[in-house]
Each structure stands twice: as structure tokens, then as C-alpha cells.
Design a protein around this ligand. Structure first.
Ligand code: FAD
Length: 430
């Protein structure tokens, strides 16, 4: 049986790994980019690797942690302090320790209400009933206006832009529940020494070592359907196969399926990201890793990677400036890279009076229109299953149930494994 996997991101790589490890041969991944990794891919800067989009993991990411151990890189996973803060009304408020929270713009009463809802959310065993209520409605009802406006609204806006008040409470609950590795001194986050590039590389190498093929620079233009079954894909030329796992976004998927009725199988809204990375002579933030911004600038967060990892590992300071956007008309998608960078630098100058452009050694920008599903209310009802009505076509990726209610590397590993498991189950049943 020949299986073609469209997309060499973590879902595609995980699916191939699982199939091959369980003795299913003839597995080929077709990836349009020059390297595998998808959203978790890296830049290669002089002698180090750094993710195109900032990445860290949580203690609850057990599938990913176990896979790293399987691949022999688990020992290099480190748990480091990931300090967070808010930039509000021209001032930075660190938000890590109880004392820092007391100094935040939230009143003691707000802090008590915030603590109470966080506790209540962590205690909830089943969050499925919260898919139909918006996070905004739920917070306003349970914690009040001030907690919403001062704490949650900036977070929701920076993550979902104009959709911030339409996102479900289930998403919010999922977010809060994974952030559990927190002590009185702050939160610990996981990072792989040498970068997640090493994980992607190990995974890719073991796929090829087990006899699979990872073909990069190979864009699939069509999933070829004959009647009510898959017959193959077009990627430069026609490739026949028995099963296709598509791991691409709904938008990319509908462009590959010509047959009406099947194109709409994946109907899930996505948002884009414009994430700049600056290599700098000097640090930008004091010692904050993650700074949420509540201000009129074109980005929602500044993430100083070298306030998380030691600057000595890179020999320079690394700062991400990033924004999510909701549609293709957004200037952060429409404008040239240089224009977006200029708008971000203007924003940095406004927020940080000590910042100077002369401290920037180089910049890169990663932009993609489909970087995350938007978890609007009712999302859970539209989640596609791995198997579809078309014999031989499987769907797995950021949109899968394994990634609900927040996509992550762990969720994509789970989705890839789950989909491969389903295919193997069907093969066994044949
Ligand atoms: C800004 C940002 C920050 C993030 N931070 C974190 C984090 O801190 N922690 C965490 O766990 N997760 C994080 N994530 C999420 C994580 O990176 C993703 O959930 C995960 O990598 C998605 O993997 P995937 O394989 O499901 O999808 P993708 O990575 O999107 O893979 C799909 C692949 O399909 C390829 N493709 C598309 N069309 C075609 C075609 N026609 N032919 C062939 N190939 C095609 C694409 O090039 C891509 O490689 C972040 C993501 C972003 C964008």
C-alpha cells in the first residue's frame, strides 16, 4: 500500500514516523518548502538555529516529550524560567511573582477575582460545554469588567485581533489549564538545547532511515479523485497512491481538490502571523521573555528569546516582534517585508525610548496566512475526523481534535499519530 502525506510539518512527520515504525512501508512525504518543519521550522544563522516563529513547550506536552526521548534528544530538553509582562499605558508590568502581581494595574479585588476564576478553570474536568459561550461573556460574568479589560482583553486582542470577542471560553480554559508549571518565582517552560530544529531533523532522519521518503521543494497541486476514492496526487507529475493524508490548512486543501462537494470538507477559519526576528547588539527588554502589548502599535507581543535562553548560546540578542492578522487585506500581509519591518521598528521606537535602530544587526520576517485556527464559538462541532467520506483520504493537522482547543507541536504530534493509527486500524481490518 502506498501512502502519500501532503505536508512535512510535525503532523506529517509524526504520521510517517508512526506508520513506518509499525511496519507500514512505502510512505512518502511531499513538502513544498525547501526544508521540513512547517510552522516549527528554523532559520540557520551563522552557527546556530533559531525558530522562525518563537517556540517553547509545557510540561503537559507529554506526547512530544516522549517522542523527543524516543529520538534520543530528550536529555537536551531544558526547563527554564519564562518571565512574562504587560506593556500598558507606556509602562512595563512584570507579571510573574505574587509581589509583581500586587504592583500591576489590577486592584487587590481584581487579583482575587482573577485567582478565583483561574482556580475554577483548573478544576473543571470537562470543558466541552464551554464551546458555545464566548470567552468575553464568561469572563465578564465571572470576573467582571475590570479584570476583562485590564487583563484578558489585551491578551485576546493580541491573539485574535478583531475576532477577540468571538473566541470561545473553551479556548481560554485550554490555555489556562496548560500553564500549570508555575511556582512562586514564576513559570518554567521547555526548550530543546540547540533549538527545535534538532528535533525536526532527528524525526526526518529516522523516517528516511526506516525507509520512508521526505521529498522537499515538492508542492502538491491536486489531490486526484476517481469516483468516491483517492487515486493519487499531482506534484509536478502524477503520483498514484492508495492513501493520502493531507496535513495542510483548509485554505490550501480546498485549492488542491477540484471536485465540488469534497472541497468544503474542511471549513475552519484560520488566521495569519507576521513574525519578525531581530538580531541585536543590545537587549531590548530588561529581563522579560514575553511582553504582551496593550498599545496602538502594529504588533501584539515582543518576545525576547535571549531572556529565556542564555545570550551566550547565540552571541547576540534575539528579539521577535509579532502579530496575528485576520485576513488577506491586512497590511502586515499585503505590504512588502521592508514596510512591515519599518512599521514594527516605528512601534518599538514609540514604546521603548531607549531603543535605537543602530542596535539591529540583521532581521528576518516569517509571514504566513494560515498559522492557526480561530477558535470561534461552535468550533468543536466542525472538527473533522481523520477519515473522510472519500475512500483513502485522511485529514490531520492543526485543525484536528488533538489540537483543540489550542494548536501546538504536541497536538500536531498527537494528530499525526492518531491519523496513522486509524489507517493502520483499517489495514488490519481489511
Ligand atoms: C507564531 C507561532 C508560534 C508558535 N508557538 C508555539 C509554541 O510556543 N509551542 C508549541 O507547541 N507550538 C507553537 N506553535 C504551533 C506549532 O508550530 C504548530 O501547531 C505545528 O508546528 C503545526 O504543525 P502541522 O504539521 O500541523 O502544520 P504545519 O506546520 O502548517 O505543516 C503543514 C505543512 O504543509 C506544507 N504544505 C502546505 N501546502 C502544501 C502543498 N500544496 N504541497 C506540499 N506541502 C504543502 C507546509 O509548507 C507545511 O510544512 C506556534 C505556531 C506559530 C505560527
Amino acid at each position: 500500500m502506498k501512502t502519500i502525506i501532503i505536508g512535512g510539518g510535525l503532523t506529517g512527520l509524526a504520521a510517517a514516523y508512526k506508520l513506518l515504525k509499525n511496519g507500514v512501508s512505502d510512505v512518502t512525504i511531499l513538502e513544498k518548502d525547501p526544508e521540513p518543519g512547517g510552522m516549527a521550522a528554523s532559520y540557520h544563522i551563522s552557527d546556530y538555529h533559531i525558530e522562525k516563529y518563537y517556540h517553547h513547550i509545557f510540561e503537559s506536552d507529554t506526547e512530544l516529550i516522549n517522542l523527543m526521548a524516543d529520538l534520543g534528544v530528550g536529555k537536551d530538553l531544558q526547563w527554564l524560567k519564562g518571565t512574562t509582562g504587560y506593556h500598558i499605558d507606556g509602562k512595563i508590568y512584570p507579571m510573574n511573582t505574587p509581589l509583581e502581581l500586587l504592583r500591576s494595574p489590577l486592584s487587590i479585588f481584581d487579583l482575587m477575582r482573577l485567582a478565583a476564576i483561574v482556580l475554577a478553570i483548573k478544576r473543571k474536568k470537562d470543558i466541552s460545554g464551554f464551546d458555545d459561550v464566548t470567552a468575553k461573556e464568561w469572563i465578564l460574568k465571572n470576573a467582571g469588567n475590570s479584570v476583562y479589560e485590564r487583563f484578558f482583553e489585551p491578551l485576546l486582542r493580541s491573539k485574535f485581533g478583531n475576532n477577540h470577542d468571538l473566541v470561545s471560553a473553551a479556548w481560554l480554559f485550554g490555555r489556562i489549564r496548560i500553564r500549570s508549571n508555575r511556582s512562586a518565582s514564576g513559570e518554567r517552560l521547555g526548550y530543546l538545547m540547540g533549538g527545535f530544529y534538532r528535533f525536526v531533523k532527528r524525526l526526518t532522519d529516522s523516517i528516511t532511515w526506516m525507509g520512508g521518503e521526505v521529498r522537499t521543494g515538492c508542492e502538491v497541486s491536486e489531490i486526484v479523485i476517481a469516483g468516491d476514492a483517492i487515486s493519487g496526487v499531482s506534484a509536478g507529475g502524477y503520483m498514484e497512491c492508495d492513501a493520502v493524508i493531507s496535513t495542510v490548512s483548509p485554505h490550501a486543501f480546498s485549492g488542491m481538490v477540484r471536485t465540488g462537494g469534497f472541497r468544503e470538507m474542511l471549513d475552519i477559519p484560520y488566521q495569519g502571523t507576521a513574525c519578525a526576528l531581530f538580531g541585536m547588539d543590545k537587549p531590548l527588554l530588561n529581563d522579560t521573555y514575553w511582553l504582551n502589548i496593550k498599545s496602538d502599535v502594529p504588533f501584539g507581543a515582543v518576545v525576547e528569546h535571549t531572556n529565556f535562553l542564555p545570550v551566550a548560546d547565540y552571541g547576540e540578542h534575539l528579539v521577535y516582534v509579532t502579530a496575528y492578522f485576520q485576513d488577506a487585506d491586512d497590511p502586515r500581509w499585503r505590504c512588502t517585508e521592508q514596510e512591515v519591518i519599518d512599521s514594527y521598528l516605528n512601534g518599538l521606537e514609540r514604546l521603548f525610548p531607549d531603543f535605537s535602530r543602530s542596535s539591529i544587526r540583521w532581521w528576518r520576517i516569517a509571514r504566513h496566512i494560515d498559522t492557526a485556527p480561530v477558535y470561534l464559538t461552535g468550533y468543536a462541532r466542525n472538527i473533522p475526523r481523520y477519515s473522510t467520506d472519500l475512500a483513502g483520504l485522511y485529514l490531520a493537522g492543526m485543525f484536528s481534535g488533538a489540537n483543540y482547543p489550542e494548536r501546538s507541536m504536541n497536538g500536531s504530534i498527537l494528530a499525526g499519530f492518531g491519523c496513522a493509527g486509524e489507517i493502520m486500524g483499517k489495514m488490519g481490518a481489511v
